[in-house]
Design a protein around this ligand. Structure first.
Ligand SMILES: [Cu+2]
Length: 463
């Protein structure tokens, strides 16, 4: 490739002439620099359909541009708010300084319309992460304010292609517009959250990935939906998990190609394509006993190699992988109550005990340890370096995706992996264990965003 076509190809990765800007060649002296502008506008989820849908997006793209930043080096992401309402950006899964965590009223002031905020941080761990609004998330995320963030390894495994698969769930009305009338519906908030009627991958209905037989691909899968748990099936038998929520794991082959991602969760796969040339290998979403193809590998007529690669696929360890938990930990019980068909009849909200009718009037229906919504006092306050075991009792009939800001934890139900978001099914118990070594104020919340909005959030402090 000559320099000119290289530059052209490089530009083609900037979705829709976006404002994403990097400063190549200066990375060692000046931090990598990007601009993200949140605005309202129109977007076409189906390129064949002229119907444009009103959305909120970053850099006029859904999802927002894939931001690639280096591991262990400072990056600056300049956020411009061109919305008509305040916003902020949270960097999901990144273990960064508290002031950059993007939680309005806790780690920063709201970014008002017309304002700019510089997010400046050094990600310690490589991997697949994402960014999204953390203001009125149940509305702004449902309208599109999310994107993928990749922290690049200095020595990534050799692959032929590196793909992003960001699956999302939208509720459209008859006019192919996002159903905004049902935003905030208490029925959704008290049940499983807002479920959509249209699945997209990378903002497209029926996304296709062109691959060749024998190719090795890296497949970065993310669930960026408000509330839908995605049970997915890859129809390529040589698909191995190499990382979970950004952190490397000992590679293992997917069983029957099945992978479940709760909202907020990610998994990187290495897939060696075995399907024959000129065939289609669908990626399916399973809902009860129904199967919905949501994307596909289109195998072209070339053969990359006759024999599949057998070179190692393991990722290098991140600093997060080196954390060793002590035998003694501070136990923090976290009882989750409420929701439809629950037994909760009262909870404390904004310092006042309320019956269920008053709670619902305040749009609250869930409680952590009997407290709905963000409490004034933290769930716990500890000295830096304290080992924590957050003992979760999901005492209700709904699944929840529990997310801890700023940390990765070991889940005693799957101690071989690190996560930042853990799924609890109805009545399930489990302990999320980590060392509270990063000072600041950090949120714990359900990543079914409607549950977060209706009570499921609290915070802790590390001093
Ligand atoms: Cu939940």
């Amino acid at each position: 490739m000559d320099r000119r076509s290289f530059v052209k190809a490089g530009c083609a990765t900037l979705v829709g002439g976006s404002l994403l800007r990097s400063l190549p060649g200066l990375a060692n002296v000046t931090p990598a620099s990007y601009e993200l502008t949140a605005s309202e506008g129109v977007f076409s989820f189906d390129p064949k359909q002229p119907d444009a849908t009103r959305v909120m997006f970053y850099n006029q793209s859904i999802p927002g541009p894939v931001i690639k930043i280096p591991q262990g080096k400072e990056s600056v992401i300049q956020f411009h708010n061109a919305l008509e309402e305040p916003s902020s950006i949270h960097w999901h899964g990144l273990r960064i300084v508290n002031a950059m965590d993007g939680v309005p009223g806790m780690t920063q002031a709201l970014v008002q319309p017309g304002e700019t905020f510089d997010y400046r941080f050094t990600p310690p761990d490589a991997g697949t992460y994402w960014y999204h609004t953390h203001q009125r998330t149940w509305g702004q995320l449902a309208l599109g304010l999310a994107g993928v963030l990749i922290v690049e390894e200095s020595h990534p495994p050799q692959v032929d292609q590196d793909f992003v698969f960001a699956v999302d769930d939208w509720r459209f009305n008859q006019e192919m517009q996002i159903d905004t009338e049902s935003l905030g519906a208490m029925h959704d908030w008290s049940h499983g959250g807002r479920m959509g009627n249209m699945i997209t991958v990378n903002g497209q209905i029926g996304k296709t990935y062109t691959v060749s037989k024998g190719q090795r691909i890296r497949f970065r899968m993310l669930n960026i939906a408000n509330s839908r748990i995605m049970a997915l099936r890859i129809n390529e038998p040589q698909a191995s998990v190499i990382s979970i929520d950004g952190q490397p794991v000992k590679p293992y082959l997917l069983k029957s190609g099945l992978i479940t991602l709760a909202p907020g969760q990610r998994s990187d796969l290495i897939i060696d394509i075995t399907s024959d040339p000129d065939s289609i290998s669908p990626i399916e979403l399973l809902i009860k006993d129904q199967v919905y193809p949501v994307a596909s590998f289109e195998i072209d007529n070339k053969i990359q190699r006759e024999q599949l690669l057998d070179s190692p696929i393991a990722l290098p360890d991140n600093p997060a992988n080196k954390i060793v938990l002590p035998a003694e930990m501070k136990n923090i019980p976290l009882h989750i109550g409420g929701g439809a068909m629950g037994r909760m009849n009262k909870a404390i909200f904004q310092g006042k005990e309320m019956g269920i009718k008053d709670l619902i009037q305040n749009k609250q229906i869930w409680a952590f340890n009997g407290v709905a919504g963000l409490p004034e006092k933290p769930l716990f306050s500890v000295k830096r370096g304290t080992a924590i075991s957050l003992n979760i009792d999901n005492d209700n009939v709904w699944p929840h995706a529990m997310h801890i800001h700023g940390y990765h934890f070991i889940d005693d139900r799957n101690p071989g992996e690190l996560r930042d978001t853990a799924l609890f099914t109805r009545q399930e118990k489990g302990s999320l264990m980590f060392i509270a070594d990063n000072p600041g104020k950090w949120l714990i919340h359900c990543h079914m965003i409607e549950h977060q909005a209706s009570g499921m959030l609290t915070w802790f402090e590390v001093v």
